[in-house]
Design a protein around this ligand. Structure first.
Ligand SMILES: Cc1cc2nc3c(=O)[nH]c(=O)nc-3n(C[C@H](O)[C@H](O)[C@H](O)COP(=O)(O)OP(=O)(O)OC[C@H]3O[C@@H](n4cnc5c(N)ncnc54)[C@H](O)[C@@H]3O)c2cc1C
Length: 441
């Protein structure tokens, strides 16, 4: 009752509501007690009436004088898909802007002229690209690299992926296509913003955003959301780059910081050029020692929450460094953009809880096949059967491959960083756990 009253902002309404609730409560209690006592005198009914009136009076006074709770803060974490956008929708590229020698931003607006969905800072967009020479559309996910509570444009900032130096393989398919072929006016089908690597803006706990390379994209969205909606929240923006030419948004990030806000921006370059002087704060690789040195004078490790995004080795070293420093796991959030590095032998790992042999039914396509340990993930197995389920990251992050499981269970080698909806599984990182698995596909 107290909780309900404290949420009513108008004192008169609070008093009246209190009176009604108090009278009802007192009448119910006395009637119950009198019923139990089995008394039949008319005075008993008078007593019940007096109790009701007294309850109403007390609750009315209480309702009138008690202080209301502050109205709930509008949250930045409005769910996406609020406008019924659930499947592919055409967005048009309205601007293309280089940000560094490897990263280019693409601005997108809906072709239908309707509003765009709100999104949570840290979420990503899934794109479907028709790339010449590919037998099927290429699906990729890119973080939204800007933030507005009611966006009229989305921005994606994409790094051109070169081929690894020591390997004779083609360069990144989608990122190079975006850089070379996508121009203002191109229409790209996109799914609504999604993803669970999100910052709860309204919390008070200090927040430390740590990125390197193109991992800066979700951090900008997070920093902008805090600046707009909770600027008193202590925030550190720590970013590592090779040098100024690889550093996207160098000037844009300090410009986000509201006046007098407790924000610290720190750039660390591993190989700064002479012309970078004055544009970065320290030299070397961004590591836990830097985080400690910046935070320790003001906060203990446990006070803050940490968001990590960057290269796999960078995140591995920070995650273990933060754990050693005493930061609880539940306060460290991370997102990886790249697929896990294949094992040195090229062998396919089997999830610890996976079964040795299973019957896998792909319901929609009417295909049934026997999966054996060594056949890889359910996504790889589906592809081996000639099926083409949607996928993007193949690392359990982006949820593109999520599908309903109609019978049986699957095993993950590690809990995926993207959490599938109830009754659904991520086939890109799972294998059968039971003798029979039925998937919706
Ligand atoms: C949630 C999420 C958010 C993301 N956000 C961003 C973002 O904001 N900005 C961004 O730039 N990226 C982002 N990514 C990464 C993005 O989705 C793509 O993975 C990235 O652009 C590479 O895709 P690609 O098609 O260009 O490369 P791919 O064709 O997938 O190739 C990837 C790499 O593998 C190499 N390669 C190609 N063939 C082989 C082979 N046979 N053997 C070994 N290596 C090979 C390529 O040379 C390339 O270096 C995000 C990923 C996720 C999961």
């Amino acid at each position: 009752m107290a909780d309900i009253l404290e949420r009513i902002q108008n004192p008169l309404l609070r008093g009246v509501t209190g009176a009604v609730m108090g009278a009802s409560a007192a009448t119910m209690i006395t009637s119950g007690l009198l019923g139990l006592s089995k008394l039949e005198s008319p005075r008993v009914h008078q007593l019940s009436l007096y109790a009701g009136v007294a309850g109403a009076a007390i609750a009315a006074v209480w309702g009138g004088v008690s202080k209301p709770l502050p109205p709930r803060k509008p949250t930045a974490t409005a769910p996406a898909k609020q406008d019924g956008w659930t499947d592919w929708r055409n967005l048009v590229v309205t601007r293309k802007e280089p940000e560094s020698r490897e990263i280019t931003s693409f601005y997108l607006q809906p072709q239908d002229g309707q509003a765009l969905s709100a999104f949570q800072p840290g979420q990503f967009l899934t794109l479907k690209l028709d790339i010449p020479g590919q037998s099927r559309p290429t699906i990729r996910t890119y973080s939204l690299s800007d933030y507005a509570a009611t966006p009229d444009t989305y921005r994606l900032s994409i790094k051109r992926e070169a081929a690894p130096k020591d390997q004779d393989v083609p360069p990144g398919l989608a990122s190079n296509f975006m850089h070379d072929q996508i121009e203002v006016g191109t229409v790209i089908p996109c799914k609504p913003p999604a993803g669970k690597f999100v910052l709860e803006v309204e919390r008070d706990r200090p927040v430390v955003l740590i990125s390197n390379g193109v991992g800066i994209t979700p951090m900008i969205s997070m920093a902008k959301a805090v600046a707009a909606q909770n600027p008193q929240r202590p925030l550190w923006f720590l970013h590592g780059a090779r040098d100024g030419s690889y550093h996207a948004f160098r000037e844009a990030v300090p410009a986000i910081v509201p006046e007098n806000a407790p924000f610290t921006v720190h750039y660390r370059y591993s190989r700064p050029r002479p012309e970078d002087a004055g544009h970065y704060q320290s030299t070397g690789y961004l590591d836990t020692d830097l985080v400690k040195s910046l935070l320790a004078p003001q906060f203990s490790a446990q006070d803050a929450e940490y968001f990590l995004c960057g290269s796999p080795s960078f995140m591995d070293s920070l995650r273990s460094g933060l754990a050693e420093w005493g930061v609880p796991d539940r306060q460290v959030y991370f997102e990886s953009f790249s697929k896990p590095v294949p094992s040195a032998t090229g062998a396919t790992a089997t999830a610890t809880d996976a079964i040795a042999t299973a019957e896998v039914v792909f319901a929609k396509s009417g295909t049934t096949a026997t999966w054996n340990a060594g056949d890889g993930t359910l996504l790889e197995f589906a592809e081996d059967q000639g099926l083409s389920p949607d996928f993007s990251c193949r690392a359990g992050v982006c949820l593109t491959c999520m599908c309903a499981i109609e019978a049986g269970e699957v095993a993950y080698d590690e809990p995926p960083s993207g959490t599938p909806d109830d009754g659904k599984v991520l086939i890109c990182v799972s294998q059968p756990r039971t003798a029979k698995v039925v998937l919706e596909i």
